[in-house]
Ligand binder design. Sequence first.
Ligand code: FES
Length: 142
Amino acid sequence: MEKYHLRDILPIIGEYEKGPGSLIPLLHEVQKKIGYLPKEVQEFIAEELGVPYSQVYSVVTFYSFFTMEPRGQHTISVCTGTACHVKGAEDLTKSLKDKLDVEEGGTSDDRKFTFNTKRCVGACSKAPIVMVDDDVYGKVKP
Ligand code: FES
């Protein structure tokens, strides 16, 4: 992922009305565009929308789908729910951490993958489950 430029964000901001009502949809759009919401970007959005930076920061930190850290091109998640745990989620987790050289929540150096764990994703009969973005893979072996 290349570094963003604030000028890339300006056209997105231009599509929204000024004021706090635009904050959440705008943050979504910007995160979709550049992958995350660093402080500099939050300050820029606050200034452009005419809302306090503290308000932008509160929203970004309140909702778990916003992130201030860069994420990889793809997110790999291991389900650690009970069924998956019993079927070897721990080995999968260890193997992926080693392979990607990351801790949970971390992103590989090449910015291709972010790794994390999830609670039961509702596919227990195919445990253990690994998700790559929105795709679900069952009976995965390390
Ligand atoms: S415990 Fe993993 S899908 Fe249910």
